[in-house]
Design a protein around this ligand. Structure first.
Ligand code: ZN
Ligand code: ZN
Length: 348
């Protein structure tokens, strides 16, 4: 049965929603009287992390980008990865706004509104970085790659197809599938890209861009946890969706495919990048998949990857972080500062 969009205002219904999906609500949001009070915690956390790219001065990165310290290979990977991230953060807010239409809980809808805004800021930060370091035609080329480059396009198709199925046929099943795909996007798809920037940062390259990426990373962590909460709640409200474990089976298949695509993508984009070890990267992707599955209470899909195979990432992205905004680079700068002749640190 198709879901119906939730009316904007229904005065005969209570303000406190009866269910997250397929329930009733008046449409009036009262944070002090929620069916699921956890949503208020997410709202507070998301607001507490507010940032914009304007606060990051790109001068140092520009100087480095125009010098010989960034190799052609690194520049190409950088543009590729920005193109890829731009797709994720362009599609995600529009997808979330679709989800919002079918929820019957005003607090969940409000949290999604904040997340949508953050995705827009993330997408803007990519244009901001590019416009700080490159000419207009190169900036545009990175964004064009998002739709014309086969490797980038195919890497994102899996998730987008599941989103489109939900849009064309919104049912409780397609909604749950789309939320699972959203966890893939928020919790796996971003991470090999993040790893590229953190690897640059640990070699003292493009630190301002990486500072920005660490802010995005922190937002995405919270987004994936929130989407996981939505999914778990809807599954609890609608146990028939996972009758005989059929939904879990679907999720495992989706995650397997996404790990394959992510692995192929990182082989394509990160091959030959100094400091990136591809077998380690593969294990890291599997590790991320296990982490995301645990968010929705599912067992590990991959054995032997219980530890992060690239522990240096933790300096930039604390995966267990919950609240507050930290500048990892200021806080940890002494720990990872490495000055060599090669990166011409003295010139900066
Ligand atoms: Zn984002
Ligand atoms: Zn997100």
């Amino acid at each position: 049965m198709q879901l119906k969009p939730t009316p904007l205002f229904t005065p005969e219904n209570p303000n406190k929603s009866t269910k997250l999906a397929k329930g009733v609500t008046s449409g009036v949001l009262n944070w002090n009287d929620l069916q699921y009070p956890q949503f208020y915690e997410y709202y507070r956390t998301l607001l507490g992390n507010f940032w914009t790219p304007f606060s990051i001065n790109m001068h140092d990165d520009k100087k480095q980008w125009l010098s010989t310290s960034i190799s052609d290979k690194e520049k190409e990977a950088f543009l590729n990865i920005i193109g890829l991230l731009a797709i994720l953060d362009s599609v995600q807010p529009n997808f979330l706004s679709l989800v919002k239409e079918y929820l019957t809980d005003s607090a969940a809808q409000a949290v999604i509104t904040i997340i949508e805004q953050q995705e827009v800021v993330h997408n803007h930060s990519y244009s901001y970085v590019l416009s700080s370091i490159e000419k207009r035609d190169v900036q545009n080329r990175a964004f064009e790659m998002a739709r014309t480059h086969k490797e980038i396009y195919e890497r994102n198709k899996l998730v987008i197809d599941v989103y489109e199925d939900f849009r064309a046929n919104p049912t409780i099943e397609t909604l749950c599938r789309a939320l699972a795909a959203s966890i893939v996007l928020e919790g796996i798809n971003f991470y090999s890209a993040f790893a590229f920037f953190y690897n640059m940062a640990r070699n003292q390259k493009l630190l301002k861009t990486s500072t920005m990426i660490s802010y995005i990373n922190k937002d995405e962590l919270i987004h994936s946890k929130f989407v996981a909460l939505l999914l778990q709640t809807i599954l609890k409200e609608n146990p028939e969706v996972n009758e005989d474990g059929k939904f879990n089976e679907y999720v495992n298949e989706l995650f397997k495919k996404s790990v394959e695509l992510e692995t192929a993508w990182s082989e394509y984009a990160l091959e030959g990048i100094e400091g990136i070890d591809l077998p380690e990267m593969k294990d890291y992707i599997k590790y991320r998949a296990n982490k995301c599955l645990s968010l929705i209470g599912m067992p590990n899909l991959y054995e032997g990857v219980s530890e992060n195979s690239m522990p240096w990432i933790r300096v930039f992205s604390d995966e267990n972080i919950n609240l507050g905004k930290t500048d990892f680079f200021e806080q940890h700068s002494r720990q990872y500062t490495k000055v060599t002749d090669k990166n011409k640190f003295d010139e900066l």
